[in-house]
Ligand binder design. Sequence first.
Ligand SMILES: C[S@@+](CC[C@H](N)C(=O)[O-])C[C@H]1O[C@@H](n2cnc3c(N)ncnc32)[C@H](O)[C@@H]1O
Length: 279
Amino acid sequence: MAPEERADAARLLRGFERRFLAARDLRSFPWQSLEEKLRDSSGSELLLDILQKPSGDSVTLCESTAIVSHGTTGLVTWNAALYLAEWAVENPAVFTHRTALELGSGAGLTGLAICKTCRPRAYVFSDCHSRVLEQLRGNVLLNGFSLEPSIDAWAQHPGPHTPEAERPRVAVAQLDWDTVTAPQLAAFQPDVVLAADVLYCPETVLSLVGVLRKLSTCRKGQQAPDAYVAFTIRNPETCQLFTTELGRAGIPWEEVPHHNQKLFPYEEHSEMAILKLTL
Ligand SMILES: C[S@@+](CC[C@H](N)C(=O)[O-])C[C@H]1O[C@@H](n2cnc3c(N)ncnc32)[C@H](O)[C@@H]1O
């Protein structure tokens, strides 16, 4: 293969791998370019490369193709979930041997990527919508994790600290930010809290700040959990409302520097950010 052909094939292969790893819709794969390549002599080599990829661990997801279905946005993976997962994969120490509580987990991509690559001690996925919770449980099992049989029993007895344990304890909890109480949240004993793409309208911003305020009263030892909130900047006013409300709740925040490694194929032009909150 000529050098420029090789570079072209490598680009095509990377496109395939990213979409595959991000469990993207099959329609978004670069089929047309592949078909063109298969017509020339370099095609068979490329096809072999594709069939041998991806190497390493991957996350498998069952999700909807519609951005809103069954009255919820939680049945599909959003870009901020991919962005937060990338950041976590680059910063595993934030999660290693720690208990993570995720708010509004949706399809579960961020948490599953963390469970597979960051060695958390325990990971609690949560959401408020019954259909989302059903799909989330399925996705956890699909990726080879077992679910804690009873979230109440687990929260009351979070178990001994076993840093050498290979696999995290995983639970899926029905948790509505508006109705959950501080003692219920404290029972999970989270060291780190995270949420992706949950700032889409003023009501959710207020609910989210409400639950973060409750979490700020949950101390494990002397320490309140760290929180990371990732979002796509669609409407600057909604983001502004979030930081204003954090200020009113007395929760300091800082923006996490953008990471370099792009693993997933989210739209190039969508602007994303992660805020680290000190609860
Ligand atoms: C846009 S989706 C994001 C899902 C996932 N984090 C992602 O980025 O792919 C927002 C999620 O927040 C959940 N959510 C919204 N309001 C909630 C509330 N008051 N309590 C708990 N979850 C809520 C929804 O059910 C939905 O799963």
